[in-house]
Design a protein around this ligand. Structure first.
Ligand code: SAM
Length: 274
């Protein structure tokens, strides 16, 4: 299967500048692994190791390991650099694999917990591909293993407003120009659009680089994200042979309810029926 590079993850440090500092979910995954007694863990779409490194720290303390799979070599290099800054015991508890989560090639390895965090499944655009991801994940579970998926919850106000064509400044930062005292000011503009028929929320990011004495340069990246409505997750998991064991609506194991902005589903293989 051909994999096109995703510009969100291959355009400078755009992704890290936009979302790389989010930390609200860092403690959740080590806590879930501990609750489940999981020692062999697989993260699908591990990116630059934001979650994988804290998890490797926690698992190394109890003899566990985490494997991180991602399809962008650039993200895996960043994860590798992050792991390299850790003590030997933590480095030994983390492993990185290049691959596509629709068809991960992990041989006979099986895991106590496979997880797809931080709305990563929203990057998979067809129902058939989402099903392929979840079926593959299910096939990688050890006996008593669990699959956990974290997706954003649709905010109907935000979806309703998307499409006005209005752009706003999401972030700004300064980049030092190599070899001089000058710097480049970067404005990160954003605008959103929602396609109801395909349930796709598309974020457009435009990085505008402004340097004294030069015309601004603009680079733009489109990020289409599938929007999951709550019942859809249960249905697609069932199609993948999994049943829901728990649903959380935040990173403190709170119940999923009206106010939840995320849906974290923990599922297990449907017991063989007689
Ligand atoms: C939103 S980032 C999350 C990174 C990391 N899990 C975190 O929480 O910081 C999504 C990651 O999933 C990866 N990804 C998207 N589609 C993928 C696929 N089909 N197979 C493997 N990785 C994929 C991207 O390359 C990116 O690194």
């Amino acid at each position: 299967m051909m994999v096109e590079p995703d510009p969100l993850y291959t355009t400078g440090d755009l992704y890290e500048r936009w979302l790389g500092e989010i930390d609200r979910d860092l403690g959740f995954w080590p806590a879930l692994a501990e609750r489940l007694g999981a020692r062999r863990v697989l993260e699908l779409g591990c990116g630059s190791g934001r979650l994988l490194v804290p998890l490797a720290r926690a698992l190394s303390a109890r003899g566990g390991v985490v494997v991180g799979l991602d399809r962008e070599p650039r993200m895996l290099h960043a994860a590798d650099r992050r792991l390299a800054g850790e003590p030997e015991s933590v480095r030994a508890a983390g492993r990185l694999v290049l691959g596509d989560m629709r068809r991960p090639k992990l041989g006979a390895e099986r895991f106590d917990l496979v997880f797809v965090p931080f709305n990563t499944l929203a990057h998979v655009h067809s129902q058939a591909d989402r099903l392929a991801c979840l079926r593959s994940a299910a096939s990688l579970l050890a006996q008593h293993g669990r699959l956990a998926v974290d997706v954003a919850q649709p905010d109907l106000n935000l979806l309703g407003q998307a499409g006005s064509g209005e752009a706003w400044i999401e972030r700004t930062w300064d980049e030092a120009d190599p070899g001089s005292d000058a710097s480049t000011r970067v404005l990160l503009w954003r605008k959103d659009r929602y396609e109801r028929a395909s349930q796709t929320f598309e974020v457009t990011l435009m990085a505008e680089r402004m340097r004294a004495g030069e015309l601004p340069r603009t680079e733009s990246v489109r990020v289409p994200l599938h929007v999951f409505f709550p019942a859809e997750m249960d249905t697609v998991l069932a199609l993948a042979g999994l049943e829901v064991e728990a649903r959380y609506g935040d990173y403190e194991f709170g119940a999923f309810d009206e106010a939840s902005t995320v849906l974290i589903t923990v599922a297990r293989p449907i017991a063989a029926r007689g």
